[in-house]
Design a protein around this ligand. Structure first.
Ligand code: DON
Length: 307
């Protein structure tokens, strides 16, 4: 039995949430994402000692979107190492995830690997480093997570191709600055495929538990990445995982985390657990309103965060 009864804490959090009005809107700029039931709510916490705590729609698969950018960064670091930081920065952007403004006056070098521009550069690195980029990235995602059934979702990827005008603009601007080395369509094909992956909260908590366990996924015992790089990925999640709301998340939750416009948030407490929360209604920054509230309540009630 865990020292902390997370299940009891989940129940308390849910009771408190009942009193909060449903606010926020489901993402519609990617048409396929508009089909989700806005009232879904799931959460799953997995400890580094393999204890599981879940609530609600924890086994419902949803589009994880930008959460998947943690994998592309991890794989780029494994291939290109510290040279990755010649192409993308490690600073918070303070701008929206799909903003073009900063990129122009910072000469095509994105602030960090989690805004869209940064993730597109990371995909360009992977296209250069991998023999079969889409297959090799998926293979890494399957083995590092210990979930061999993970697939790209072609329907969502296609929906993004049709409406991804800002991503095309970002990629072409960076190509103009010399920071995209491959064909833009080929790079964006990898980027959209990565964002299209669907997982459940339970699977997400397992997939990113390596970030809470010094780079080793406790479910597979595989060393996904070194402890030093684990520290770096966690710190970038802490500073940049929520775009122009990264400060707010650090202030209220106090854990490294990463959000996606599908309504998911993953957060990691190093040495303790990984938790995934899913609730599709988003605030203006593209982060799940309820998932943020749940995580704030979790670290407040347990009185445990990284700070
Ligand atoms: O490129 C996009 O806009 C989406 N595929 C991903 C955006 C996203 O999840 C940002 N997250 N909050």
């Amino acid at each position: 039995m865990s020292a902390i009864d997370y299940q009891a804490i989940f129940n308390e959090i849910i009771n408190d949430l009942d009193e909060i009005d449903e606010v926020g809107e489901v993402a519609t700029y990617i048409p396929e994402l508009a089909n989700v039931d806005p009232n879904k709510l799931g959460m799953h916490l997995t400890t580094v000692t393999n204890q599981h705590f879940a609530y609600g729609d924890a086994d419902e698969a949803f589009s994880i979107q930008s959460i998947a950018k943690v994998w592309s960064l991890t794989l780029a670091l494994k291939h290109l190492g510290a040279d990755t930081w010649q192409r993308v920065g490690v600073e918070p952007s303070g701008t929206a995830f799909n903003s073009l403004v900063q990129l122009e006056y910072e000469m095509g070098i994105p602030r960090n690997p989690f805004i869209n521009a940064g993730a597109i550069v990371v995909c360009d690195i992977l296209v250069s480093c991998l023999k079969n980029p889409k297959e090799d990235l998926l293979d890494f995602i399957r083995t590092s997570s210990g979930i061999p059934s993970i697939e790209y979702c072609p329907v969502i990827a296609e929906s993004e191709v049709k409406t991804g005008h800002r991503n095309y603009a970002l990629a072409h601007m960076m190509k103009g600055f010399g920071n995209i080395h491959n064909d833009v369509d080929c790079v964006l094909d990898l980027y959209f495929s990565l964002c299209s992956i669907k997982l459940t909260c339970k699977q997400l908590a397992q997939a990113f538990l390596f970030l809470g366990a010094g780079g080793v996924n406790p479910a597979t015992q595989q060393q996904v990445i070194t402890p030093k790089r684990t520290k770096r990925i966690n710190s970038i999640m802490q500073m940049c995982g929520f775009y122009d709301e990264a400060g707010e998340f650090a202030f209220k939750v106090g854990l490294p985390g990463k959000s996606g416009v599908g309504g998911g948030i993953v957060a990691v407490h190093p040495g303790k657990y990984c938790i995934a929360v899913f609730s599709p209604r988003l605030n203006a920054s593209g982060n799940s309103v309820k998932a943020m509230k749940v995580l704030e309540a979790l670290t407040s009630k347990t009185e445990l965060s990284i700070f």
